[in-house]
Design a protein around this ligand. Structure first.
Ligand code: G3P
Ligand code: MG
Length: 251
């Protein structure tokens, strides 16, 4: 863990634009920025030809008009898919973005980034490594803030081995008993925890141990404000439209 400043704002739109746009798309970034968000979370996986792309599921079935595993499709095949039409005609033609174009758009919109490394099964190490190698090509420097997170401890270790200078967060669902040992071994700066399992006491325990805390996914403005009062550094939400105002007004 580190004593450096936390680089993310209090509210992050989940999967680029939360529930207000097709998830993990450039359209989502525009929606988030237009609402006044200063940061977003998104998920990164490798295509079959090793290009980091922004998508949540291991398959394209739910969020595009195609079928198949992301790790079995080339970038060219992924780029032919429509990643927006499933959320309505206004988003038809939206493409599945690469990590590079997503980082470039975040930089131009002034959005800080919580990049979740989301490896397809069996690709933990190469995904962690490639994500950081990409960030080091000048893209991280252009961002207003950056934290890398993952449920995959192998991905985080691989990422940190390439660049120990970024800030890292270990993602958990329910906090396991050995969370401190695992976070300590990885030398992460933050714990990213499922809001359903957080309490004032748990947040205090994490903060007292020296970790920053991000909480996902809180869509209720009152509960989001309560998380902030407990000491959560960043609340990740699908409803930045209502959570943002509430958190700012009570700051
Ligand atoms: O990074 C927080 C959150 O996105 C983790 O869950 O499944 O939405 O990626 P998931
Ligand atoms: Mg995520």
């Amino acid at each position: 863990m580190s004593a450096v400043a936390w680089p993310l704002p209090a509210v992050l739109a989940h999967r680029c634009g939360g529930a207000l746009a097709p998830e993990n798309t450039l359209a989502g970034l525009s929606v988030a920025a237009a609402l006044g968000c200063r940061g977003v979370e998104f998920d990164v996986m490798l295509s079959a030809d090793g290009v980091p792309v922004v998508i949540h599921d291991e398959t394209v079935d739910r969020t595009t008009d195609g079928r198949g595993c992301v790790s079995a499709l080339s970038l060219a095949e992924l780029r032919r898919l429509d990643a927006g039409a499933w959320r309505g005609p206004a988003f038809a033609g939206e493409r599945l973005p690469t990590l590079v174009e997503t980082l470039e758009r975040c930089a131009s919109l002034g959005l800080a980034v919580n990049l979740e490394i989301k490896p397809a099964t069996g690709h933990d190490v190469d995904t962690g490594r490639v994500v950081v190698e990409t960030l080091l090509q000048g893209f991280a420097d252009a961002l207003t803030g950056l934290v890398l997170s993952s449920f995959s401890e192998s991905s985080l270790a691989a990422a940190r081995a390439v660049c120990p200078d970024f800030q890292y967060g270990l993602l958990f669902g329910e906090l396991p008993e050995d969370w401190g040992t695992r976070a300590g071994a990885l030398q992460v700066d933050a714990i990213h925890a499922d809001t359903r399992y957080l309490s004032a006491a748990t947040v205090a325990q994490l903060r007292d141990a020296g970790y920053r805390v991000a909480a996902y996914t809180e869509n209720d403005p009152v509960l989001a404000t309560r998380l902030r009062r407990w000491g959560v550094d960043s609340v990740i939400t699908d409803r930045p439209d209502v959570v943002l105002d509430s958190v700012i007004m009570t700051a």
